[in-house]
Design a binder for this molecule. Sequence first.
Ligand SMILES: C[S@@+](CC[C@H](N)C(=O)[O-])C[C@H]1O[C@@H](n2cnc3c(N)ncnc32)[C@H](O)[C@@H]1O
Length: 273
Amino acid sequence: MTYSSASQVVRQLLEGPVTRPALLHWRRQQFLSEAGFGSYFGMFRTFAQARAWLPASPEFDHAALAAEYADVRTKKVFAYDYPVMWWLDRAFREGATSVLDIGGSVGVHFYAYRRYFEMPRGLSWHVVEVPAIAAIGREMAALAEPEAGGLSFAADLERALDGGDEIWIAAGSLQYLENARPGDLLRRCGVRPRHVLLNKLPLHDGEDYVTAQNISANCFAPVQVYNRRRFIEEIEARGYSLRDQWQVLERSLYLPGFPEHCVPAFSGLYFVR
Ligand SMILES: C[S@@+](CC[C@H](N)C(=O)[O-])C[C@H]1O[C@@H](n2cnc3c(N)ncnc32)[C@H](O)[C@@H]1O
């Protein structure tokens, strides 16, 4: 038996009716502590319910959360980035020159991907971020001139949706935005993008629910988990076809006390209009 299948068996035993209360108590304590970084806890119907249960925190709007993105993720890509890079490169070759990067941190994809393929001349890459991260992104871009000439940051998603960008990217971010189902974003925007690249999403076959994540530095955030079929159909209903999809094995969601709602691997999707 491998280590991971052994740990799954132990987990299943602990999820049984006798040990479940103790498991939840222990996991809850751990979730709320420093050791809980990255873990998930609780099942809620709405972001408001999750927030009412969570300790008060600025969620993602906290400068300390930019450190790893600025130091590592601007320079390094991971296995799950390759499908995005492949389709992004093709979209650029077809003539696209503008990107809306929702939750793109300090510009991690802009900096890291350009090491692997050429970005078009005159590219505009608009990152929408929470104010604290957008401010750091702007400072970094100013220091990286002229390389980061096309990179800009804003905190107003509604305005950014009206920017008419040809490519939308949202990597590991949509699930943290309230009222931001992609079908709705596409309905709310002025000119719809031709390409929609979504990565690191918690999609599963069960019903939608909201959980909470420890995102480090004593910050916690509600997270939306989506029913896969409905998520895809909502985008297709806006005139898109699903061109590619992939598993993100490096991301999973274990929800203590609710084994049937776990997401063993996150997903990536590419849609074209
Ligand atoms: C897990 S990180 C992913 C960052 C980057 N896209 C990546 O793949 O490495 C989630 C990002 O979503 C951003 N985010 C969370 N809530 C947001 C909101 N309401 N508006 C804009 N960005 C948000 C966070 O600040 C954070 O940078």
